[in-house]
Design a protein around this ligand. Structure first.
Ligand SMILES: *Cc1c(COP(=O)(O)O)cnc(C)c1O
Length: 375
């Protein structure tokens, strides 16, 4: 069997045509494809405002800036995530505070979060790990009580629903990633969605140097048609029109991609039922489109052995993720191992299996056969 990666993009002829047409058009960046992609995203995720940016990391960064995170502020985040979820706090001088995950769902545990809230806490970043959804209705109550901002890290969860509700229906922000391993891709790319108009205006500025050409936001009187103002220090985090054209084309396939992911997950769940492994549990409120399919073995020694065997059998297995505060940069900042025992135990025992819409039935069966062969 040829190598099967844990995740990969699906690019079809019409995706390529859409990009080529944009290359032949007048605008390669800052053209009409940007707003068109943003409108399509709002439609898909149930939000009012969308701001597409150059990566999911850039999305998290401008959210952190828009809410004014600063030195002394604390942001609660799970450790079982990609470093970018926590790095956005560091970018602004704020402090990531790690709360533990639930052992079954592997999602940020709201009881652990509640214990970590202090007068310095400004935001919570529920990460929809693997495409399973955190209980945003519960987080909304908690956030209201303590006046905190909710930043859903939705990099894994495009297409997932909470109790029949869209992720974009909640307060605060959602950050999305369109990296090739994610549900749809624009090469690199990301987006912020929100329902807050003022925050939307701020995000638009932060995407492009902090500059506005909207005269209602000006500090001084306009001086003519060339005039603009830079109101704060932003970045160039823009997404090109070629990428937006790809995103529009990809978004039309979300339903088909999601159905295939669900089929594979159902197949794995049934096939692994009798094996001595633990799988990620779907909470009762979550209607997921899974991005990751992880299995957990008994301990780290068994995981190491299983990982090497699966790789030897040509499966592109991976591990998601090394706890963020174990990473040397975080160690240097003073974070110690042992902080979140459930996340650490999950990391120590887990393997991510291949899951993407391009997998053939033969490949899915081969993955099942390999996992069985381990035992
Ligand atoms: C991929 C990912 C990001 C960052 O997205 P990029 O587009 O790669 O910058 C953030 N958070 C999580 C959980 C991710 O998986």
């Amino acid at each position: 069997m040829n190598f099967i990666p844990y995740g990969t993009q699906v690019i079809e002829d019409d995706d390529i045509t859409a990009v080529v047409e944009t290359l032949k058009s007048e605008f390669l960046t800052q053209g009409a494809k940007v707003a068109e992609f943003e409108d399509a995203l709002n439609e898909t995720v149930g939000s009012k405002y969308a701001v597409v940016v150059s990566s999911g990391t850039a999305a998290l960064h401008i959210i952190a800036m828009a809410i004014g995170l600063n030195i002394g502020d604390e942001v609660i985040v799970p450790p079982l995530t990609f470093a970018a979820s926590a790095n956005c706090a560091l970018y602004c001088g704020a402090t990531p505070v790690f709360a533990d995950i639930d052992a079954n769902s592997m999602l940020l545990d709201i009881e652990s979060v509640a214990k970590k809230i202090t007068p310095k806490t400004k935001a919570i970043i529920p990460v929809h790990y693997g495409g399973e959804l955190c209980d945003m209705d519960a987080y909304e109550k908690l956030a209201k009580k303590h006046e905190l901002t909710l930043i859903q890290d939705a990099a894994h969860s495009l297409g997932s629903m909470i109790r029949g509700k869209h992720q974009g229906a909640y307060s605060g922000f959602q950050s999305w990633s369109f990296h090739p391993v994610k549900t749809i891709t624009t090469g690199e790319g990301g987006a912020v969605t929100t329902n807050d108009e003022n925050m939307y205006k701020s995000l638009l500025r932060l995407r492009s140097h902090g500059i506005t050409r909207d005269s209602s936001q000006y500090i001084h009187d306009g001086e003519g048609g060339w005039y603009y103002e830079m109101l704060e220090l932003g970045y160039n985090y823009r997404l090109t029109d070629m990428q937006c054209a790809l995103g529009i084309s990809q978004l039309k396939k979300l339903k088909r991609f999601s159905e295939r992911r669900r089929e594979i997950v159902a197949h794995y769940n049934a096939a692994f039922n009798d094996l001595p492994i633990r799988i990620q549990h779907t909470p009762k409120w979550s209607e997921p489109v899974r991005h990751l399919y992880t299995i957990r073995l008994n301990n780290s020694a068994q995981r190491r052995k299983a990982f090497d065997m699966l790789r030897a059998w040509n499966l592109g297995v991976n591990v998601h993720y090394i706890p963020v505060y174990w990473l040397p940069h975080y160690e240097k900042l003073g974070y110690k191992r042992g902080l979140c025992p459930v996340a650490e135990e999950s990391y120590n025992s887990m393997i991510t299996l291949p899951l993407h819409p391009k997998m053939t039935d033969a490949q899915v069966n081969y993955v099942v056969e390999c996992v069985n062969r381990l035992f």
